[in-house]
Design a protein around this ligand. Structure first.
Ligand code: GRF
Length: 210
């Protein structure tokens, strides 16, 4: 049996991906996993609210509460340890993860990006900027990517991708909506694969057995 996933969610905003993941666990579609902690840098995040409504420990931890990067990172490590987190899921988290956390959780931090990486990724490519770039390049296809988090933005190995067609009438808003709907399927699916021990790593790439 693969190791049980104690998931720590990091989210800055509305938290619709977090809700999709939670829904999949509650419905019994993602077994061998639970969410033990939600962390946000934003005290008003919808994700914290959702966590509290579901009796999941919810912490507001922001760099602004600390006088040094070290103290901030220590607080994050303490929170993860106190809640026995062994797997981290970034769900709309707008802050860079400290390299010490990336190293400690090597191949155990996921992110979702609202485009088909490696296209439309990297520093500054977040939120509507991504969809605006896709529309501006008249790309006929976009989608979502779940990938491993390493020390560079949107760079780690790809776990799953799913495409959506981009039509001539699409705007950044309509595309964002279509991609988000895909994200809500793709993220729980990726976590399920990890929870079932179906993701392995070879030569820096993920391999999935289904
Ligand atoms: C999603 O579009 C995701 O791809 C990106 O941030 C957004 C988060 O949305 N990383 P939500 O907070 O999960 O609703």
């Amino acid at each position: 049996m693969p190791e049980f996933l104690n998931i720590g969610i990091f989210a800055s905003g509305r938290g619709s991906n977090f809700r999709a993941i939670l829904g999949s666990i509650k419905a019994g579609k993602t077994k061998n996993a639970r969410i033990t902690l939600v962390i946000s840098n934003n005290s008003g995040a919808g994700a914290l609210q959702t966590a509290r409504e579901n009796s999941i420990p919810a912490l507001h931890i922001s760099r602004m509460q600390f006088t040094s990067d070290d103290d901030y990172t220590k607080a994050l490590f303490n929170a993860l340890e106190n809640h026995e987190v062994n797997f981290i899921v970034l769900a709309g988290y707008m802050k860079k993860i400290d390299p010490r956390i990336v190293r400690k959780f090597k191949n155990r931090i996921l992110n979702i990006h609202p485009a088909l990486l490696p296209k439309y990724g990297g520093d500054g490519m977040f939120g509507r900027h991504v969809h605006e770039a896709v529309i501006a390049s008249h790309d006929p296809v976009s989608g979502a990517t779940v990938h491993i988090v390493d020390e560079e933005y949107d760079h780690g190995s790809i776990v799953l991708q799913k495409k959506v067609p981009v039509g001539p009438a699409d705007t950044a808003e309509s595309l964002a909506e279509k991609v988000l709907a895909i994200e809500h399927q793709l993220y729980p699916e990726a976590i399920r694969l990890f929870a079932e021990g179906k993701v392995t790593f070879k030569n820096g790439k993920t391999e999935i057995s289904r």
